[in-house]
Design a protein around this ligand. Structure first.
Ligand SMILES: C[S@@+](CC[C@H](N)C(=O)[O-])C[C@H]1O[C@@H](n2cnc3c(N)ncnc32)[C@H](O)[C@@H]1O
Length: 257
């Protein structure tokens, strides 16, 4: 029965998210050729759902290489840690003196986080937290890690201006939140530090709807999906901050002079 209820919540949530996406704004029809209608089994769904078969972000190595090359050894913050994949790589491949992983591990029930990860958090938030914690504890030099179970906007106040070597933004990827994160964490980067983030899936602005978002699915059965507005957020942040980000694959970054 519990499984049935969980399944029902998931179906309702996914349905509402996609309905919201429809009403978010008409999605441009001039989309990347990779774009498919993954759930499109009916006309109604075809109207509602657009997705993009995109590769899971595979270019985080570039950011790791930058950190190694420039020999960053201070405090790093990862905003959005999930099961600790990238956090583990940061610990293994850099000499950071501290890594703070910011992630609340909570289910957002207000449709503010439209992502299949949020659905997983609905039933198993504690499990994913424990998974990240257990995994990071096993890495050598694990005493360098702190998991801060807070949202990005709660956590940002824990850090002084210009105090961080590196901030990696990989939390809620919707335009509004990605922009909020870039603007809030930018002042925390020290001179010479690096601000970077994940999931720039398309640099064609016409792929985004009028709310600067697009719906992306990652696999053929569409079980992994999310609403992404990172690229428009990067553009807006550049305009607001008067700086210029580099985009390499799905990664964006800015080296503070
Ligand atoms: C894509 S996953 C992070 C993946 C991770 N950076 C990696 O590369 O292994 C996104 C994470 O962001 C977290 N998240 C969502 N909204 C957030 C917020 N407002 N503040 C901080 N973390 C958030 C989710 O709980 C989820 O664990």
């Amino acid at each position: 029965m519990e499984g049935f209820q969980r399944g029902l919540v998931h179906v309702i949530f996914v349905f509402l998210v996609h309905t919201q996406m429809l009403f978010d704004e008409e999605i441009s029809t001039q989309m990347d050729p990779r774009i498919v209608c993954p759930f499109a089994t009916s006309f109604v769904f075809k109207k509602m759902l657009y997705g993009c078969l995109a590769k899971m972000s595979g270019n985080k190595e570039h950011i790791l290489n930058l950190l190694k090359e420039k020999n960053y050894t201070g405090t790093f913050v990862e905003v959005g840690t999930w099961t600790g994949d990238f956090a583990e790589a940061l610990l293994k491949h850099t000499e950071c003196k501290k890594l703070v992983c910011v992630d609340p591990y909570i289910f957002f029930n207000d449709f503010s986080y439209r992502d299949s990860i949020n659905l997983k958090l609905h039933s198993d938030a504690e499990k994913y937290y424990q998974e990240a914690k257990g995994r990071l504890e096993l890495v050598s030099g694990a005493d360098r890690v702190e998991i801060l179970r807070k949202t990005s906007m709660e956590a940002v106040h824990h850090f002084q201006e210009e105090s961080l070597d590196f901030v990696y933004i990989d939390a809620n990827h919707e335009y509004k939140y990605a922009l909020e994160d870039i603007l809030a964490w930018y002042p925390k980067i020290r001179s010479g530090g690096l601000l970077a983030g994940d999931d720039v899936f398309s640099t064609h602005i016409e792929d985004y709807n009028n709310n600067n978002n697009m719906l992306i699915t990652f696999d053929k059965d569409s079980s992994t999906w999310g609403v992404f507005g990172v690229y428009p957020a990067v553009l807006e942040a550049q305009r607001k901050l008067g700086i210029s980000f580099t985009i390499k694959g799905t990664q964006f970054y800015y080296e503070n002079p």
